[in-house]
Design a protein. Structure first.
Length: 99
């Protein structure tokens, strides 16, 4: 298995080209990684993973100007799926091994 985790400092929603490339199928020229967060049965989801070490006290809707947050956190992907994590800048991506 392969796992890519990181603070990308770039929201995954809003047509993010890097996120699209990493999660596009290999047959379409992408890396073929799956978003572990989107595949997990999430009960409660924070709007943004940026918090500037202030935890839940940080106003994620406003941000602090260092990262351009996606305004539509309830983002609809091109395939029609709806996700509430478009403003997440921390990603956990994975794929199974080929062998």
């Amino acid at each position: 298995a392969q796992i890519v985790c990181g603070d990308f400092n770039s929201p995954k929603g809003g047509g993010n080209a890097v996120y699209r490339l990493l999660t596009a199928p290999e047959s379409a020229g992408g890396a073929g990684l799956r978003d572990a967060f989107r595949e997990a049965p999430v009960q409660n989801m924070v709007q943004s993973t940026i918090h500037k070490f202030q935890g839940t006290e940080f106003e994620s809707v406003r941000g602090d100007g260092t990262v351009e947050l996606v305004q539509d956190s309830d983002h609809i992907e091109s395939n029609g799926e709806r996700f509430g994590d478009a403003a997440h800048i921390d990603w956990a991506l994975c794929r199974d091994s080929d062998g």
